[in-house]
Ligand binder design. Structure first.
Ligand code: HEC
Ligand code: HEC
Length: 454
């Protein structure tokens, strides 16, 4: 699989040359700017922040193993841990979070293909799950009545038929029927690198950055606001709609929602059909007989700590082109939402405090117009609002935008543009996209090269 990427640049260069010639011949105008594709070479991600103590490093490596380990229903399959199902989207965290390193995003081969029939589960593949597509999780906009808002995740698969779940007999959701009614929306995995750093950015820094450059933002129609936690106390920052405040809460939810593993934050099964609940709950829990911190802690706590300690991705060395691209990225106003960096506040973990964190996000949610709207409300993020996606690690990512609608960065930029329709206002990015489209082909190419250097 790796070798498929290493030639991407060469192939892209060849295709670009053909494209230049073709467009010159056809129209005399060269629209040669092209996404150079996934950057080859070493993944600039997946390691721990510096300065961890030996016991923190030990938890990082245990958390890494648990993140990768496959879950089975009762743990009876060798090498697995228990808790899967009754409903699930994946069988391990790293299945969906592995590109370009463990902790990342969706890989070239969709992990849902393997998850569907693992251990003789009898699931059929919904039409939207394709081998070379991204891992997708599905939410329904409305309940079956078509009027009551739903918004929740409907897992793709069930444990029915598995060798370790003989007593369970439940059916998959009716995806075909809901697709026909336009009632399904999708999300792809976001990378989890640098989570501890993002957790350590102070709310005051986010607010100060929101209030900075006010005149320029106003002139371009850019707003944006934080998505506060339900108690209104702190700014949520993780997930496509900044719906989640911390590594620990996200891990608890992912454990329960993506894999069906009940845990000490979310203790009950999401489907309690008799015959399908095969373990005591919570399935993942503190182990009082453990002899070290990592043995005592639940898998949920160890995994949360693993992601908390993951360092930020390392960009490629700058070139003249990427430096000009960065300049244009700032000049047209991309940077007004994709804030270059924050410095973290003080931290109880030495490697996480006072660190310049180059995430390229303001951690605010913005109106993106009807074109991107998914009609799902999460906290104070409305149906058309999304977190400015952090752009770090972009160079080595395959799929873009919340639903993975494109693998092409140029298309991802154009997808920011959308005219209001009465239900939702214009996208806040419209004028910036116009600015980008007004750049010379070379400047646009430099922006793409800059993005692929991240
Ligand atoms: C079937 C695929 C799948 C599996 C398995 C999966 N995830 Fe995810 N993950 C996603 C998707 C999709 C999102 C984006 C969800 C959203 O924002 O709506 C996501 C987002 C996240 C995020 C948010 C990162 C950020 O900064 O936005 C974290 C953290 C995370 N997952 C952790 C985990 C952990 C831990 C596990 C294992 C317990 C796991 N995931 C298993 C698909 C998956
Ligand atoms: C008004 C704020 C805003 C502006 C301005 C803006 N973006 Fe975005 N950007 C977003 C949001 C929000 C998303 C996530 C949208 C979604 O997934 O539906 C996003 C997503 C992206 C993505 C996809 C990232 C991923 O993880 O899939 C790229 C690439 C990107 N932006 C680049 C740019 C560039 C380049 C510009 C300037 C031409 C720009 N953006 C201007 C808010 C903005």
């Amino acid at each position: 699989m790796k070798s498929a990427f290493s030639n991407t640049r060469l192939r892209a260069a060849g295709t670009a040359t053909v494209a230049i010639l073709a467009s010159l011949l056809l129209s005399g105008i060269a629209h040669a700017q092209k996404d150079p594709g996934v950057r080859g070479g070493n993944p600039g991600a997946g390691g721990a922040v510096t300065g961890l103590s030996p016991s923190q490093q030990q938890i990082f490596s245990v958390g890494n193993q648990l993140y990768t380990q496959i879950t089975s229903v009762t743990g009876s399959i060798t090498g697995t841990r228990k808790g899967l199902g009754p409903r699930y989207n994946g069988i391990n965290c790293s299945g969906c979070h592995t590109q370009p390193a463990i902790g990342g995003s969706s890989p070239t081969l969709n992990p849902e293909i393997k998850a569907a029939n693992y251990a003789h589960a009898t699931n059929s593949l919904p039409s939207f799950v394709t081998p070379d597509g991204p891992a997708l999780i599905a939410r329904f906009i409305y309940l079956d009545d078509g009027v009551t808002p739903d918004g929740s995740v409907h897992d793709l698969f069930t444990i029915t038929g598995r060798t370790d779940a003989k007593s369970c007999n439940i059916t998959q959701p009716d995806f075909a029927g809901n697709l026909a009614r336009n009632n399904v929306i999708f999300r792809i995995p976001t990378p989890t690198f640098g989570m501890g750093l993002v957790e350590t950015i102070q709310d005051a820094s986010i607010i100060a950055n929101m209030n900075a450059n006010a005149a320029r933002k106003q002139g371009l129609g850019i707003g944006g606001h934080p998505n506060y936690t339900a108690d209104g106390n702190t700014i949520s920052r993780f997930g496509w709609k900044a719906q989640d405040p911390s590594s620990l809460t996200f891990t608890a939810e992912a454990h329960n929602t993506e894999m069906g593993v009940t845990n000490e934050l979310l203790t009950v099964e999401r489907d309690e059909t008799p015959g399908c609940v095969l373990n005591g709950t919570p399935e993942d829990h503190t182990n009082f007989a453990g002899k070290s911190a990592s043995q005592v802690q639940s898998a949920t706590a160890n995994i949360a700590m693993f992601m908390r300690f993951l360092d930020q991705p390392t960009p490629a060395p700058p070139t003249q082109s990427t430096q000009n691209g960065e300049k244009q990225f700032k000049a047209v106003g991309c940077v007004l939402c994709h804030t270059e960096s924050f410095t973290t506040g003080p931290s109880s973990v030495p490697g996480l405090g006072r660190v310049v964190t180059k995430l390229y996000s303001d951690l605010l949610v913005h109106h993106m117009g009807p074109g991107l709207a998914d009609n799902i409300v999460q906290g104070s993020a409305g149906g058309d609002e999304f977190r400015s996606a952090p752009l770090w690690g972009l160079g080595q990512r395959i799929f873009f935008m919340h639903d993975g609608r494109t693998t092409d960065l140029l298309q991802a930029i154009q997808d920011h543009f959308s005219t209001g329709n009465g239900k939702y206002p214009d996208s806040e990015a419209n004028q910036v996209v116009n600015g980008f489209n007004g750049l010379s082909p070379q400047d646009q190419q430099d922006v793409l090269n800059f993005l692929r250097s991240l």
